[in-house]
Design a protein around this ligand. Structure first.
Ligand code: GLY
Length: 392
């Protein structure tokens, strides 16, 4: 398959980033408004409960840095590196944030690739500090351990909550294990992956968005959703987060069990997708005008490329790579935000339909994982960390 469309998408990204950097000030984009303009939030906004309402805060500021770094690699233009450095001064303050698992997202997309690309120890230190905070979220139960998701550990709601999204945060822990030589990072992350795979997977191979655990026994008290259609529905982005994390776990541990689980869960998602490129935001929303979620495809694609890279069987390797490239090409052909007023890279993402935030929008995490997948194809190994301490 020609990779020309992938390079063109990265060219478009680079052009848009420069335009946006002139316009957005010190805040960070997260979703586009109906008129196509970015909506922004300061990096400093943490997550938390207001009464019973949960707010994710700014969990996407690192993704913007990641996009600048990818554009630097793609263009070799130093101005992207300069902009990324300036942005990191704003993002770094979140490295001690004990309120949310999203500390993984924030720093695996910023400080981690920054260190890989520049070799500057300052970024390694930031990423290791953040990884230690993420590891602090480990809750040990009689049936295993998990990284809690939403809220400070002092809040019982925070301790008991686990979201499928956490699977895509744990690559920060795998990186930290290798980088520091401290295996407790790896043990925490693998324990989380094992418990999540067991507790989140329904008999039909779809996944819960979130689980509330009994923090002593480790029993699943309930499976529920925050952003899906209903508690038993297959929220389409969630499976992408799972496959991404299972592939990283396979690479980091060398245990082919996680590779198989990633294939099984991805296979179910692809069956639900049928011949389409982009799923509805939730597969249970079968209304004719159900909003789509391009971010689900982007995240899944990045995970599939990792499955392909790790797979020891040449036929399976080829199958996953071809599937990923077909989906990526479909995103490039049908979903790029090429009109000047529409900011962001991918149209038709869906942040949260129940909260009516970022529906039919560009969403920052969709753009980031799309670009990560493009970089995994066009410059393998240059941008994101491939977890292959042990050969699968
Ligand atoms: N918080 C991660 C997501 O919206 O998927």
């Amino acid at each position: 398959m020609s990779t020309a469309p992938f390079h063109e998408a990265l060219d478009l990204l680079a052009a848009k980033l420069i335009e946006d950097e002139r316009a957005i000030g010190v805040e960070f984009p997260y979703v586009t408004a109906p008129d196509g303009a970015w909506q922004t939030m300061p990096a400093s906004v943490s997550a938390g409960y207001t009464g019973t309402n949960w707010s994710h805060g700014n969990w996407f500021c690192g993704f913007w840095v990641g996009l600048l770094l990818a554009s630097y690699l793609h263009t070799r233009d130093e101005k992207f590196l300069t902009l990324a450095r300036e942005r990191m001064l704003l993002v770094e303050q979140r490295a001690e944030d004990g309120n949310t698992h999203d500390i993984g997202f924030i720093f695996l997309s910023s400080a981690m690739p920054f260190y890989r690309i520049t070799g500057e120890r300052r970024y390694r230190d930031i990423a290791l500090r953040a990884a230690a905070r993420l590891r602090d979220r480990l809750v040990v139960t009689r049936q295993g351990a998990y990284i809690s998701s939403w809220g400070p550990m002092s809040d019982p709601r925070g301790r008991a909550s686990s979201a499928i999204d956490t699977m895509a945060n744990i690559p920060l822990l795998y990186w930290a294990a290798t980088e520091s030589g401290d295996a407790s990072f790896l043990l925490a992350a693998e324990a989380h992956a094992r418990m999540t795979d067991r507790a989140f997977t329904r008999p039909d191979l779809t996944l819960y968005h979130a689980v509330e655990y009994d923090t002593t026994s480790g029993d699943r008290l309930r499976g529920y959703t925050y952003q899906g259609l209903h508690d038993e529905s297959p929220w389409s982005r969630g499976t992408g987060w799972s496959v991404y994390g299972l592939a990283a776990t396979a690479g980091a541990t060398g245990d082919s069990h996680y590779l198989s689980r990633g294939e099984i869960v991805a296979g179910k998602w692809l069956d639900q997708l049928g011949g389409a490129i982009v799923p509805p935001w939730d597969f249970a929303d079968t209304t004719p005008d159900a909003p789509l979620d391009t971010s689900a495809t982007a995240i899944m694609t990045a995970g599939l490329i990792d499955l392909a890279r790790l797979h020891p069987d040449p036929a399976a390797k080829q199958k996953w790579q071809q599937t990923a490239e077909r989906l990526l090409a479909g995103l490039c052909t049908g979903y790029l935000a090429t009109s000047p007023e529409h900011r962001g890279l991918l149209t038709k993402g869906c942040y949260s339909k129940p909260h009516n935030i970022g529906v039919q929008s560009a969403v920052m995490f969709g753009d980031y994982f799309f670009v990560e997948a493009l970089m995994r194809v066009t410059m393998p190994g240059a941008f994101s960390i491939h977890h292959t301490q042990l050969a699968v």
